[in-house]
Structures are given as structure tokens and as C-alpha cells.
Design a protein around this ligand. Structure first.
Ligand SMILES: Nc1nc2c(ncn2[C@@H]2O[C@H](COP(=O)(O)OP(=O)(O)O)[C@@H](O)[C@H]2O)c(=O)[nH]1
Ligand SMILES: [Mg+2]
Ligand SMILES: [Zn+2]
Length: 340
């Protein structure tokens, strides 16, 4: 049975790439479900599968088996709150694309994404895009966002994808890895991918003037191999190390993949206890052993090291507020940026 990689998932149809590079429109075999899982999608982008190849346009291929996942990222299903939706599987990292304006990404949204990624052991780099047209007030907000997330231990990158600013730094981060690109609709995900590899020519859309928000141009997660047309990242092996005829097919690094996701509006957390939540905030996790009570929830308890650190400015107030919101089960706040 051929092995393949799921490049796109539209709910009922999957685009599978065979090891020879051929592409197959596939359906999933009916009983393809992971035991004990309530998931809205049995197969996700990035999954490794066994499949029966597509015959022709009228006869799609069939995914017959799902290989074990190295990791994956999930969010709560929008429609079925007890179901998980697997965003993607087998990731090396995620880039969270954030804009402080047009549209504005809230601290709450960023923190929910980070908590989920930490829980599923997917490293995250935060990329602040659209820094080319910020006014003084927005530039001050950008500086605050950077301080908050660098202070929490995250790597941050500044980009203006439309102008090519910071694109080389992002390229260096991607080389040889499988990366999920996440962020609200309209933050510039497709624009960034186009800046990295213009041959992909992904569809991007104008921000609507009325709402300041991007329209949905990407409706499902899709994986792209980068640098194929340009040959970038596919470096020839050193002379003499392989017969001439095969040199060009020798990869100096593993292929580079990026997964473009539909703009995520909200990020429903999947069932986590208060203790599990605090463990996903790296800077709070470090402090929790110092609280007076070993079962401290860092809310009203006396002798709480976390609250002391917030008061002294060693932990950002916005991060602590996100923790409290998540522990109290508050739904994600839509809309404006809340100053810490
Ligand atoms: N000023 C500016 N606009 C950008 C930048 N990146 C993207 N845009 C614009 O933002 C809009 C939405 O971009 P798009 O890539 O479709 O966002 P996506 O929904 O995240 O894929 C488009 O009109 C882009 O031209 C940037 O760095 N600066
Ligand atoms: Mg897009
Ligand atoms: Zn505490």
C-alpha cells in the first residue's frame, strides 16, 4: 500500500501526496477513527497515511490507514463543543502571526493559542506583521506586546510581509521544518507565504473598510512545500558524494513545509484543569513551587508567589489575566485589545 502525506483536508475530501510526488484526491475509509476520540475530522493536514491511489477524476483514491502522530494541535470544535477539531498533525513548530492593528489581535487570543501549543508540545514563534503602517500609539502597543511575550520566554519576529521586511528571518526559521502558520483572518498569512515563495501565488484579500477585518479567503488548512520552483532549500550534495545523475535529488535538508490555516476566530480550549493550565504558562510554571500552599490556584490565596510576581511587574498583568480567564472558564473575549 503506498504511503502518503495529507496536504489538504476539506472535511470529506483529502489531497494526498504520494512518495513519488503524485497528488491524489481521496476519501477516507468509513471506519477510520481514532479510538476514544471525539473528533470532527478523522484525518488532518500533515497526517501520514496509507492510501489506494486515485484512478481518474470520477474515482477518487481512498485513505485506508492513519499512521501514529508524532504530535498534533487541536481546538474545540465551533459547532460541537465536546468534539475536538484537529488543526494539523506532525508539526515541528507553529508561527503565530499577530497584528496589533487592522485587525487587532487580543492578548486573550494569543495566550489561548500559546497554552494549547504548549500543552501539545508544539514550539511557537510569535511574528508581528504589518509593522509598516502603525501610528505612534500602535507602535507603543507593539513594543508592549513584544515585552510581554519576550518576558514570557517566547521568540518574537517583526515583519511587514507586503514590503518584504523580516521575510529572510522567517525563511531561516522555516528551513527544513514543518510549520503551522496560525492567526486571525486578515493578519497576512497568505501574503507572508507568497513573500517567501512567490511561485505559490496564494490568494489574498483586501481588508474590508467597514469592519477592519479580513474576509475569509482560506477556508481549509493546506500544506505547501516551499522553495520547489526556485530550488531553494534543495541544495545539491557535495561534489563526489553521489553519482552525478542522482545529485540533484539529494536533499541537504528535509523538505520545507508550511501549513496555511483559515483565519482562526476563536480558540476554544480543550478540557484542561487549573493546574494543567498554569503549567502551560512557562513563566508561571517556574513560580508555582514558591507559593505558600502547594495546591494554590493563584487566585485569592495568601502567600501566592504568582500574584506577588504580577504585583512586582515580573509577570505581565495581561498574561495573569488570561490565566484567570481560562481557569474560570470564561469564553474568549472578542474584540478590542485590553491594556494590561
Ligand atoms: N500594510 C500591510 N498590509 C499587509 C501586510 N501583510 C498583508 N497585508 C494585507 O492584509 C490583507 C490580508 O492579507 P492576507 O494575506 O490575505 O491575510 P490572511 O487572511 O491572514 O491570509 C491583504 O490586503 C494584504 O495585502 C503588511 O505587512 N503590511
Ligand atoms: Mg489567507
Ligand atoms: Zn499561587
Amino acid at each position: 500500500m503506498p504511503h502518503g502525506l495529507v496536504m489538504r483536508s476539506t472535511g470529506s475530501r483529502y489531497l494526498v501526496r504520494g512518495e513519488d510526488g503524485s497528488l491524489h484526491d481521496c476519501v477516507a475509509r468509513g471506519n477510520l477513527r481514532i479510538k476514544g476520540w471525539k473528533s470532527t475530522n478523522p484525518v488532518a493536514v500533515g497526517d501520514r497515511v496509507d492510501f489506494l491511489p486515485q484512478v481518474d477524476a470520477e474515482h477518487p483514491g481512498t485513505i485506508t490507514d492513519l499512521h501514529d502522530r508524532r504530535n498534533y494541535l487541536v481546538r474545540r470544535s465551533v459547532n460541537l463543543s465536546h468534539h475536538k477539531h484537529v488543526i494539523a498533525a506532525n508539526l515541528d513548530q507553529a508561527l503565530l502571526l499577530v497584528t496589533v492593528a487592522r485587525p487587532q489581535t487580543s492578548f486573550g487570543f494569543i495566550d489561548r493559542f500559546l497554552v494549547t501549543a504548549e500543552a501539545y508540545q508544539v514550539p511557537v514563534v510569535i511574528v508581528f506583521n504589518k509593522v509598516d503602517n502603525l501610528d505612534d500609539n500602535e507602535l507603543a502597543m507593539l513594543a508592549e506586546y513584544e515585552e510581554v511575550y519576550q518576558g514570557a520566554g517566547y521568540r518574537t519576529v517583526i515583519t511587514a510581509a507586503l514590503k518584504g521586511v523580516g521575510v529572510q528571518e522567517v525563511k531561516d526559521l522555516l528551513a527544513g521544518r514543518v510549520t503551522l502558520l496560525a492567526g486571525h483572518s486578515g493578519v497576512g498569512k497568505s501574503t507572508l507565504i507568497n513573500a517567501i515563495d512567490p511561485s505559490l501565488d496564494l490568494h489574498t484579500l483586501e481588508i474590508s473598510h467597514a469592519s477592519g477585518k479580513g474576509q475569509h479567503t482560506t477556508t481549509y488548512a493546506e500544506m505547501f512545500e516551499l522553495g520547489v520552483a526556485s530550488g531553494e532549500w534543495r541544495v545539491e550534495a557535495a561534489p563526489g558524494s553521489a553519482p552525478l545523475a542522482t545529485r540533484h535529488s539529494v536533499l541537504a535538508t528535509p523538505p520545507t513545509f508550511i501549513i496555511d490555516t483559515p483565519g482562526i476566530k476563536g480558540f476554544g480550549l480543550v478540557d484542561m484543569s487549573a493546574e494543567e493550565i498554569v503549567d502551560q504558562f512557562p513563566e508561571l510554571f517556574e513560580l508555582k513551587g514558591q507559593c505558600r500552599f502547594s495546591n494554590c490556584m493563584h487566585l485569592e490565596e495568601p502567600g501566592c508567589a504568582v500574584r506577588a510576581a504580577v504585583k512586582e511587574g515580573r509577570v505581565a498583568e495581561s498574561r495573569y489575566r488570561s490565566y484567570v480567564d481560562m481557569v474560570s472558564g470564561a469564553e474568549e473575549e472578542e474584540g478590542p485589545y485590553r491594556r494590561g
